[in-house]
Design a protein around this ligand. Structure first.
Ligand code: DX5
Ligand code: ZN
Length: 276
């Protein structure tokens, strides 16, 4: 199948501002409007945030994980979102058990893609070494279980060559992640849960967009990821609020044409980020 997606190239736009050709054009008395009117130049771009579309592999066919991953990348995915849950019912973090480091290690043998690991576990520190060794790229832990040891955790994640992120459940106030975004070793992404963690296919919670908006205003260059219930009918509100990393499970895997859904998610984020 042919993919007809067109990606917006920020760099091209900014390069064109500084190129000699562009300067020559604006200072020329014989300014030819034709090429300009056919090219959507944004003179005051709000900010530069790349869209990252991350299909959640929780909705994939686990028996064919490598080919499912490859399928998503061919369809235009930037990242692969890996939901790691410990099923630790006693501590009531999430009542579901999914994948662990051995699966990440196996998948890593089949792909060089960015593996965006979302840890819904009670003791994330216990998983850092094994996930680093397995080849995880991003390590996003929950703030609710790391209030006391996040500094040590972030250091350890970085030392293992992974990118640290923090996630928050719907009931957790956004202010709880502020300390993790300041100081010498800040996290590099915030994941705002837009459903209760545990399962794919749940209904998007629009109220969570206040958190996204607040974060985007305070941290204009931060990677803000939204996770849960994202798809064609909910992406615009999330993109407008300021999310640039989009996790989507059932809406992508359940679509007859997943490439179209991935493209639509990307277009919505890019549109929201290029308002002049
Ligand atoms: C839920 C997981 C999500 C989930 C998203 O706990 O963190 O990543 O797979 O699935 P959808 O997009 O179907 O809500
Ligand atoms: Zn997730």
């Amino acid at each position: 199948m042919q993919i007809t997606e067109t990606r917006f190239k920020w760099q091209d736009t900014f390069d064109s501002f500084s190129s000699p050709l562009f300067s020559a054009n604006i200072s020329s008395a014989h300014f030819d409007p034709a090429p300009i009117s056919s090219f959507p130049i944004c003179f005051t771009p709000v900010q530069i945030m790349e869209a990252k579309i991350a299909p959640s592999m929780l909705s994939s066919d686990f028996a064919n994980l490598a080919s499912e991953a490859q399928r998503m990348l061919t369809f235009g995915a930037d990242w692969l979102h890996m939901d790691i849950m410990d099923g630790c019912v006693q501590a009531h973090f999430v009542p579901n058990l999914t994948i662990g480091a051995p699966v990440i290690e196996s998948l890593r043998k089949h792909t060089k893609a960015y593996l965006d690991c979302h840890l819904m576990v009670t003791n994330p520190l216990d998983y850092v070494d094994q996930l680093g060794k397995a080849g995880a790229s991003g390590f996003t832990f929950h703030v609710e279980v790391t209030k006391d040891n996040w500094q040590e955790l972030v250091k350890r994640i970085k030392s293992k060559g992974m990118r640290p992120g923090v996630a928050l459940k719907p009931g957790t106030p956004v202010e709880d992640v502020y300390p993790l975004l300041e100081g010498v070793d800040p996290v590099e992404m915030v994941l705002v849960m837009t459903v209760e963690p545990g399962f794919g296919g749940q209904k998007f919670m629009p109220d969570m967009m206040n958190k996204v908006r607040t974060l985007r205003e305070k941290y204009p260059k931060l990677d803000i990821e939204v996770d849960g219930g994202l798809g064609p009918s909910t992406i615009d509100v999330a993109a407008a609020a300021g999310a640039n990393c989009i996790v989507a499970g059932s809406s992508v895997f359940g679509a007859p044409e997943p490439a179209q859904v991935i493209s639509l998610l990307r277009t919505s984020v890019n549109k929201a980020r290029t308002i002049c």
